[in-house]
Write a protein that binds this ligand. Structure first.
Ligand SMILES: NC(=O)c1ccc[n+]([C@@H]2O[C@H](COP(=O)([O-])OP(=O)(O)OC[C@H]3O[C@@H](n4cnc5c(N)ncnc54)[C@H](O)[C@@H]3O)[C@@H](O)[C@H]2O)c1
Length: 265
């Protein structure tokens, strides 16, 4: 099924092997979409992600972008349109989730960095993408990769949790203003996925919570999940593909849990 043939999908922070961004682009590539791999820098790892997508048959561009810089977000969208002729789906996936510290030890710089990337970055890319989509007049889809941390609190992750809750506010506010342009805006809220970021969290929280090993921590997580396992990039990717499809045209302003039932509101 080539639901996204002729459509162009940008995923920020997608240059890391086994990251959620890679998983999302793999799904769009498999369904015929043109893929933009974007990350802070485009090095060997990002080129590897791009090469794997090309091997799936996708047309792929790699574009460096620091999402915390509004001018770079604008340039990402402009270069995408110059390369493929349109931007149809923007997935705000870039994120920092590895700054774990007790609340009372969080420094102003830590806080600002996480908010700048996770929340301001999603805002800048939403604005840049929506301007291009609105001027093309064909609608579009914006998907914010939030988190279970957008729905509930976690210890030692104050800035992360705050930024992810903020992404849900951004999703709702953007959805209201962009609906008249045929643009939907939704958030996806995954539970734990063992990516590079997830592995750092596993190492930290398994110690903090007194587990004998990371494996024991993960086994406990699986046992507590109604579906019996943590998340996979492909779970999030499937939700993104649905939200970007014609079937989800009437769904906007939502923050959808993709968490095996671990989170239900
Ligand atoms: N892994 C999980 O358990 C989990 C769960 C819920 C939500 N998420 C969210 O999913 C998204 C992807 O996370 P992941 O687990 O794949 O982590 P990851 O660390 O593998 O990927 C994050 C990517 O963001 C990039 N990035 C960081 N700062 C950036 C910036 N300023 N500009 C552009 N790119 C930047 C990194 O280089 C990296 O490629 C994040 O927003 C994360 O918060 C992850």
């Amino acid at each position: 099924m080539a639901r996204f043939a002729g459509k162009t999908v940008v995923v920020t922070g997608s240059g890391r092997n086994k990251g959620l961004g890679q998983g999302i682009l793999q799904r769009f590539a498999d369904e015929g979409g043109n893929c933009v791999v974007s990350d802070l820098t485009i090095g060997d790892e990002a080129e590897g992600v791009a090469a794997e997508l090309r091997a799936r048959g996708a047309k792929v561009a790699t574009i460096a972008c620091d999402v915390a810089d509004a001018a770079q977000a604008d340039a990402l969208v402009a270069q995408t349109v110059a390369t493929f002729g349109s931007i149809d789906v923007m997935v705000n996936n870039a994120g920092i989730g590895f700054m774990m510290k007790p609340l009372l030890e969080v420094e102003a710089a830590d806080w600002s960095k996480v908010i700048a990337v996770n929340l301001s970055g999603a805002f800048f890319c939403t604005q840049a993408a929506a301007r291009a989509m609105a001027s093309a007049g064909k609608g579009g889809r914006i998907i914010n990769i939030a988190s279970q941390a957008a729905k509930t609190g976690f210890p030692h992750l104050a800035a992360y949790v705050s930024s992810k809750h903020g992404m849900v506010g951004l999703t709702r506010a953007s959805a209201i203003e962009l609906g008249s342009h045929g643009i939907t805006v939704n958030a996806v809220c995954p539970n734990h996925v063992t990516t590079a970021l997830g592995a750092e969290q596993n190492a930290y929280f398994s110690k903090l919570l007194g587990f004998a090993s990371v494996e024991a921590y993960l086994a406990n997580m699986a046992a507590k999940n109604p579906m019996g396992r943590p998340g996979l990039p492909s779970d999030t990717a499937a939700a993104c593909a649905w939200l970007a499809s014609d079937d989800a045209f009437y769904v906007t302003g939502e923050a959808i849990n993709v968490a095996g039932g671990e989170e239900m509101h």
